[in-house]
Design a protein around this ligand. Structure first.
Ligand code: 5AD
Ligand code: SF4
Length: 445
């Protein structure tokens, strides 16, 4: 490690999902190991990294906007290194498009070769070259990359990469490659290490965690992995995402019910309540199967919260299809929902469908859906008033520095009066008031 590197700083802008967050934590971990310091001040950083997302068009537009804005930084400081990586770069032709519009970018790489970032950086610094390297196929899983985690209380651990599902609207399988699972031993060792460093809560991640284990030599599946992780001593809470309804088994639901560390929360993206659209989306379940799973989850797991993803305005969506979505949403009564306006993605089957929905109809339906979801969340939150909840204290509240903030086991956000030395601990909080998206209370012990 040379001394001149020690004072150098880097700034990372991360777009998109938790997978990208975790990739950024790895980029940060590698840079720290090389002696760089992280900064939140983009305009004075020595290295600026954009870790991009392409799941919807607005995520891409944000990156283009920000790249335009940093052009002047590079003009002022020619030593500034600008790197772009992540899903957006993995799309065919995108890296060239970016280089044509923003020729001052130094390094471009994709989702399969992020572990090579230190090598690219060294080459740019020593040889003064511009690097563009996108691998079109996934590589073997690379273990042991240092991770610089955002929180010291809760951590994300990826258990599998990629997706094989090819939902017709989605670009992820094209930019993240096929499903590959990590060996359970590597996952357990990482979690044990985190617990020994004081982490209390782990969220295990994958595009479709329910198909974990396929292709591994060991005798394992997702339910068995959950039970194994539950045995890690010192771990307090275990969460997971994302579950695909077509692969969620009863065995997994029973594992959640039986294991004391698995939190009572399940994210189960439905995407649409219309059987006709679910078929065209290539989802491989219908509303009956989905609602069966919801009933079983609610029956087996007391106090469970259910969250989801929903797309509005998929090609060909009629008012009747949309009513089916509203009807399903009202039956399930989600505790939170990520709602998206359908966004056309290059080279996906849905992009080629002729019956695209006009923007004004998409927006009008979106607003109706948001109203219904929010109404149900408010009703659900009201039920917590007067109860005592176990909260893992994550830190000081974002909106009010005199308060603490954390989540209940089932994922409800709680802002509360409490003692500052509780950060990182599990405490009991009496809930006095429900707000639209959070609960307010007071620590009792
Ligand atoms: N348009 C809108 N939303 C999308 N999603 C994925 N692809 C698209 C798209 N083309 C949503 C899905 C998925 C979530 C991560 O993003 O709801 O579950
Ligand atoms: Fe995309 Fe479907 Fe895979 Fe989820 S399961 S990442 S929505 S293709």
């Amino acid at each position: 490690m040379s001394n001149d590197k020690l004072n150098k700083t880097y700034f990372i802008a991360t777009y998109g999902c938790q997978m990208n967050e975790e990739d950024s934590e790895k980029l940060s971990g590698m840079l720290k190991r090389f002696g760089y310091t992280r900064t939140e001040e983009r305009d004075t950083a020595d290295i600026i990294i954009f870790n991009t997302c392409c799941v919807r068009e607005n995520a891409e537009n944000k990156v283009f906007g920000n790249l335009g804005a940093i052009k002047k930084l590079k003009e002022k400081n020619p030593n500034l290194i600008i790197a772009i990586c992540g899903c957006m770069m993995q799309q065919i032709g995108m890296a060239d498009k970016v280089l044509k519009t923003f020729p001052f970018v130094d390094i471009i790489f994709g989702t399969h070769n992020a572990y090579k970032f230190p090598e690219y950086l060294t080459r740019v610094q020593t040889e003064g070259v511009q690097i563009k390297e996108i691998l079109d196929k996934e590589t073997e899983i690379v273990e042991g990359i240092p991770i610089d985690r955002e929180s010291s209380v809760k951590a994300f651990v990826t258990i599998m990469y990629g997706c094989n599902n090819f939902c017709t609207y989605c670009i992820v399988p094209y930019v993240r490659g096929r499903e590959r699972s990590r060996k359970s031993e590597d996952i357990i060792n990482e979690i044990k290490d985190l617990v020994s460093k004081g982490y209390k809560e782990i969220t295990i991640l994958g595009q479709n965690v329910n198909s974990y284990g396929k292709g591994l030599e060991e005798d394992i599946n997702f339910a068995k992995l959950l039970r194994k992780i539950n045995e890690v001593e010192g771990l307090e809470r275990l969460r997971f995402m994302t579950s695909h309804p077509k692969d969620l088994t009863e065995e997994v639901i029973y594992a959640i019910r039986d294991c004391d560390k698995i939190c009572e929360q399940i994210h189960l993206p439905v995407q649409s309540g219309s059987d006709r659209l679910l078929k065209v989306m290539n989802r491989h379940y219908d509303r009956e199967r989905y609602l069966y799973l919801i009933d079983l989850i609610k029956k087996e797991i007391p106090d469970v919260t259910i969250t989801t993803d929903i797309i509005v305005g998929f090609p060909g969506e009629t008012e009747e299809d949309f009513q089916d979505t509203l009807d399903l949403v009202d039956k399930v009564k989600y505790d939170s929902a990520f709602m998206f306006i359908y966004s056309r993605r290059n080279n996906t089957p849905a992009d080629k469908m002729e019956n695209q929905i006009p923007d004004d109809i998409k927006h009008e339906r979106f607003n109706r859906l948001v109203d219904l979801v929010n109404k149900n969340i408010a009703i659900s939150n009201k039920n917590y008033e007067g109860t005592v909840q176990e909260v893992l204290v994550e830190g000081v509240s974002k909106n009010d520095e005199s308060k603490l903030s954390g989540r209940t086991r089932n994922g409800k956000l709680v802002n509360f009066e409490g003692s500052m030395d509780s950060i990182g601990k599990l405490v009991n909080v009496e809930i006095n008031r429900a707000q639209p998206f959070s609960l307010v209370g007071k620590q009792i012990d």
